[in-house]
Design a protein around this ligand. Structure first.
Ligand SMILES: [Zn+2]
Ligand SMILES: [Zn+2]
Length: 278
């Protein structure tokens, strides 16, 4: 089967999206999906002081309001599409204890993506993080930050957009990105994910931004498989309805070429394996 589950999308409950939840669901139905997992942003600590463009609290999450709207839509759409209640949690090594407390106190998100959105106190969406450094130096620094995060915190189900930083390289986004140059650190990250049963996410969003590959690059996906990883989730990271399930055929072909025959959807933190097209 083609990939029928988009497990990384946002709605107006995320600070950087205006999309109504209903519009996202309708878009998923139009795309022929059988499952959709909302993964609203929650970055409990964010360096707003360094980013004047962002209002403080942009990446907070009103979990109760999100849950209420989700449950009502889940009921309304029952039998037409399976809806899952997830969170994209912003990881930073120095807040691991806070993240543990939050995940223990908020048991109802059934799928948590762990994502690194901050490097050196900056959001790499803005170019300051690259000031005075080559793209390659910043890429390596990001991999090392991801490693520090996964060493400190494991209470999540899928590793979001592992090489996210390459979307923002200053010399043509990922033009200077050679994944093999970072495999020493990537291997350490992947081994920790596998040890803790954490899935690797294939995030298709960079393809619509002019990047050559999904996050992470196929070389890293292949390494995950070689090291024994079996759990793959796939997400468009859609912040607007037109982007749901975008480039899923490309993701599927890449996964097959890396030796995967299944992807998975998490239902109350348990993975269900679904077949990819042979
Ligand atoms: Zn993200
Ligand atoms: Zn996202």
């Amino acid at each position: 089967m083609p990939i029928k589950a988009d497990c990384h999308i946002h709605s107006h409950h995320s600070g950087d999206s205006d999309a109504p939840m209903r519009a996202q669901i309708e878009s998923a139905l139009s795309a022929g999906l059988s499952a959709l997992c909302f993964t609203e942003h929650y970055d409990p600590v964010f360096p707003y002081e360094n980013i004047p463009e962002l209002a403080p609290g942009t990446f907070d999450l009103d979990l109760a309001a999100y849950r209420d709207e989700f449950l009502s839509l889940q009921e309304e759409y029952r039998g037409r599409i399976r809806l899952h209640f997830g969170v994209e949690l912003g990881l930073q090594p120095h807040i691991a204890r806070e993240l543990e407390r939050w995940t223990a106190a908020a048991p109802d998100p059934e799928f948590i993506i762990g994502s690194v959105h901050v490097l050196d106190g900056r959001d790499p969406y803005y170019p300051e993080v690259f000031a005075g450094r080559t793209d390659q130096e910043v890429f390596r620094s990001y991999f090392e930050e991801v490693l520090a995060c996964v060493k400190a915190f494991h209470s999540f189900q899928s590793m979001g957009h592992l090489d996210y930083i390459v979307r923002y390289g200053q010399s043509g986004r990922d033009a200077l990105y050679r994944p093999a140059d970072y495999l020493d650190v990537a291997d350490e990250i992947l081994k920790i994910l596998i040890e803790h049963g954490i899935a690797l996410e294939i995030n298709t969003a960079p393809l619509s931004k002019g990047c050559r590959e999904c996050n992470p690059a196929s070389l890293i996906v292949r390494r995950y498989k070689e090291l024994g990883g079996e759990r793959i989730t796939v997400g468009s990271d859609a912040h607007a309805p037109g982007k749901i399930a975008q480039y899923f055929k490309t993701a599927e072909q890449m996964l097959l070429s890396c030796g995967f025959r299944y992807y998975c959807v998490f239902d109350h933190k348990e993975p269900s394996m679904l077949p990819l097209t042979e």
